[in-house]
Design a protein around this ligand. Sequence first.
Ligand code: NAD
Length: 497
Amino acid sequence: MNLIGHLINGEIVTDAARTQDVYNPSTGAAEKQVALASQATVEQAIAAAQEAFPAWRNTPPAKRARVMFRFKQLLEDNAEKICELIGQEHGKISHDAMGELQRGIENVEYACYAPELLKGEHSKNVGPAIDSWSEFQPLGVVAGITPFNFPAMVPLWMYPMAIVCGNTFVLKPSERDPSSTLFIAELLKEAGLPDGVMNVVNGDKEAVDTLLNDSRIEAVSFVGSTPIAEYIYSTANANGKRCQALGGAKNHAIVMPDADMNNAVEALTGAAFGSSGERCMAISVAVAVGDEAADAVVRKLRQRMETLKVGAFDNASNDFGPLITRQHADKVKGYIASAAEQGANIVVDGRDAQVEGYTDGFFVGGTLIDGVKPGMSCYEEEIFGPVLCVMRVNTLQEAMDLIDAHEYGNGTCIFTRDGEAARYFSDNIKVGMVGINVPLPVPVSYHSFGGWKRSLFGDLHAYGPDAVRFYTKRKTVTQRWPASGIQEKAQFAFPSE
Ligand code: NAD
């Protein structure tokens, strides 16, 4: 069976003491295995990154950026193979995998701006013959830990910017779909990146804990579920590391009575069921304002869902694929069962979805639940499946209070034709990423990505301008070159001029 290894100092190495099966979720078969790195293997990767740091730190930013230009080209040249690997292990349909990859490539494009982004700030004559500037120095060896749901894009949120800022990197991808992540990282060597600057260790908690506890790791970027994000953030902080840890979500879409209902329903359908709902920005709750809007949304969604096609990753006519594992599919079905037990109304039930020729795949069909109320498990918890809950309220303020009371604050959106309502909503809602008639308001690469409340632990968001701040340390230099012949005198007052 194909064994997926690690990338350390430019070479693929395997540490096969412990391994884990990697499934094709469409067929349900374990087709590969991934090596789970031991502490010693992770330490080997950290040592390679540490050794590569001094030379890489001193490589001119424009040369570092040139690697990113070539890397972008290689990603485009290899797009089909990358999407095939994503589909085989994640289950994503090719059009969706291509979208993910394109959003990842955008981050490589942004990293090509590094020389501009790292120019720093300069002030002449801050005092007599004194100039001052702030520069952004790399941190050293930094680590990234990533989730299964975007095996190409989320790692690309992290290491292109970290590397181009002059750091070296150790990435620990999800052990559930590691091949595309590893393949992409291997392209960096072909792009001209010196060995050791980028390393990938596959593994589980043992690898993660080694990264968190090793004093040579200066900073950690994490994306995954909230309980693990909280653990990563508190452990990294306790160990003196800089950390940003992005967690889970429950994204509400408000449907106002004046919304263009047909377009809102199309947008909700794509945002709730695309990628089987396994997106941290998926819309999982539609909050309809007024019973008329609610009845229209439910009726139109039910009609639209009759044409939804769930199936294997390699059929481009499918709308979405399977869930990542059998256990996860069972968990999603459990949430649907609990909703019925707790008094909600299952309008469309995807629990018995059958896909011809793929009887062992981890499929759950699109599910619509009406009459959802706070306190129900299907509302309070992140389901991470193709399940859309509908809640009914009477006013925009009631909808906003509901969203603000939820523990997560990743994304949200409003469907309306009323500019005043939209402006009030975007100005006041306690959520990090807001859409107005845009169901998946994932910021482009030259803005930054991050939620509020328990969807993000840390101060700086992922990628974009915040990434320059996260992956560098500011140093401010004050320099004086007095004219020759001036007699200096000790000054005892605190310098104020
Ligand atoms: P996860 O938290 O299970 O795993 C994420 C990473 O943490 C993986 O690399 C995994 O190996 C590691 N990990 C898991 N358990 C660990 C433990 N006990 N100790 C140390 N490390 C551990 O998340 P997942 O299931 O892979 O991904 C889905 C989750 O990620 C969802 O909650 C989703 O909302 C979230 N997510 C968030 C964003 C965001 O930007 N906020 C983006 C994508 C996914």
